[in-house]
Write a protein that binds this ligand. Structure first.
Ligand SMILES: NC(=O)c1ccc[n+]([C@@H]2O[C@H](COP(=O)([O-])OP(=O)(O)OC[C@H]3O[C@@H](n4cnc5c(N)ncnc54)[C@H](O)[C@@H]3O)[C@@H](O)[C@H]2O)c1
Ligand SMILES: CC(C)[C@H](C(=O)O)[C@@H](O)C(=O)O
Ligand SMILES: [Mg+2]
Length: 355
């Protein structure tokens, strides 16, 4: 019997609740398609700090590197806001992304017909639905540049640096993605101000020559943030750097109705992938069984598509999510004022049943 080894990182806040629903869906899919899954539970973030004193251990990273894919919930909690920067829960995520070489962060956003009224945008702006894929560079830029804090605590700096090979490899992913979609890439930078963005733009233009069928446009990030609101239909693939991609993807999630819906894949050269919702640990709703698990469940679908090569299972999961939404089932982030909301686990049950 075919079998897959999947690393599980529940993490902090709503992480354990939403990952449990992801596991529920994997178990049902495995039963339906007659394959076996070995779940390897590891700790990350505050959960690891409490157990081991560090947000991720080298042993955990080693174990994860032997998996075919990793499913993560989220990390972070205000209670760790004042510990040393190297020990923060978020540092674990950055270390894992870097150590495992997960340089390509794919963040698709789709507005489902059933959720149209949940988008803050007028229906005239969203006439044909919305289907955008952000391809975010995840191993470089300001997240990994030199950080300096003066001894007197009066100045600090973060370096935003990119090399041409780093830009090239993520640009290639974006153009390849565009070839499977509407053949348009919008590269977002700040080339009117930043040297690293000028290198970014020059390199993206070079890579575009290998993809003559793809239309390439460039936008400055400030304008891109505005264009996402006034004319989101113009976008197909958005190619951008680590920081800009982080910000624009949260903005984009709102257009689809809720940040609780958006999945992500972070992939390396050998297709090992980390799959996680784009949102965080949502501390204020943690432990109440009310978080939306759909972003996590759609991340599981991406796992089957990108790391496990099981497009059939990915389609099955995406169709089940669609069915549940079309039947009007909602967690509290999407329930109307007079509408009954379902819990995290009830939505997970319904999706598993709909498979
Ligand atoms: N990948 C990650 O693990 C990740 C991503 C972003 C933020 N964080 C961390 O999470 C913590 C909280 O950060 P934040 O508040 O800025 O962002 P957040 O994404 O956790 O929450 C933003 C808002 O969205 C809501 N929300 C998020 N996910 C939801 C879901 N599934 N269902 C319903 N509502 C949801 C929250 O309640 C909150 O109102 C911080 O420690 C931050 O560093 C972690
Ligand atoms: C928690 C944080 C390090 C992370 C990021 O900035 O990449 C998060 O916001 C995300 O979007 O995955
Ligand atoms: Mg983010």
């Amino acid at each position: 019997m075919e079998s897959y080894k999947i690393g599980i990182l529940k993490g902090d806040g709503i992480g354990p609740e939403i990952v449990d629903e992801g596991i529920k869906v994997i178990q049902k899919i495995a039963a339906l398609n007659a394959f076996k899954v070995d779940f390897i539970d590891e700790k990350i973030g505050g959960d690891a700090i409490d157990a081991y004193g560090v947000p991720i251990t080298d042993e955990t990273l080693k174990v994860l590197s032997t998996c075919e894919a990793i499913l993560m919930g989220s990390v972070g909690d205000p209670k760790y806001d004042h510990i040393a920067p190297e020990l923060r829960p978020e540092k674990a995520l950055l270390k894992m992304r870097k150590t495992l070489g997960l340089f390509a962060n794919i963040r698709p956003a789709r507005l489902y017909e059933a959720l149209k009224e949940h988008s803050p945008l007028k229906s005239s702006i969203l006439s044909d639905g919305l289907d955008i894929c952000v391809v975010r560079e995840l191993n470089g830029g300001i997240y990994f540049g030199e950080q300096v804090e003066s001894a007197d605590g009066q100045s600090a700096s973060d370096l935003m640096a990119y090399s041409a090979p780093e830009v090239k490899r993520i640009a290639k992913i974006a153009f390849e993605m565009a070839m499977t979609r509407d053949k348009k890439v919008t590269s977002v930078d700040k080339a009117n101000v930043l040297a690293s963005s000028r290198l970014w733009r020059k390199t993206v233009i070079e890579v575009s020559k290998d993809f003559p069928e793809v239309t390439l446009e460039h936008l400055y990030v400030d304008n891109a943030a505005m264009q996402l609101i006034i004319n989101p239909m113009q976008f197909d693939v958005i190619l951008t750097s680590n920081l800009f991609g982080d910000i624009l993807s949260d903005e984009m999630s709102v257009l689809t109705g809720s940040i609780g819906l958006l999945p992500s894949a972070s992939i390396n050269e050998s297709k090992l992938g980390l799959y996680e919702p784009i949102h965080g640990s949502a501390p204020s709703i943690a432990g109440q069984n009310i978080a939306n698990p759909i972003a996590t469940i759609l991340s599981v679908a991406m796992m089957f598509r990108y790391s496990l090569g099981r497009h059939d299972c990915a389609d099955q999961i995406e169709n089940a999510v669609l069915k549940v939404l079309n039947n009007g089932h909602r967690t509290i982030d999407l329930a109307g004022k007079d509408q009954k909301s379902l819990s995290t686990s009830e939505i997970g049950d319904l999706i598993a049943e709909a498979l």
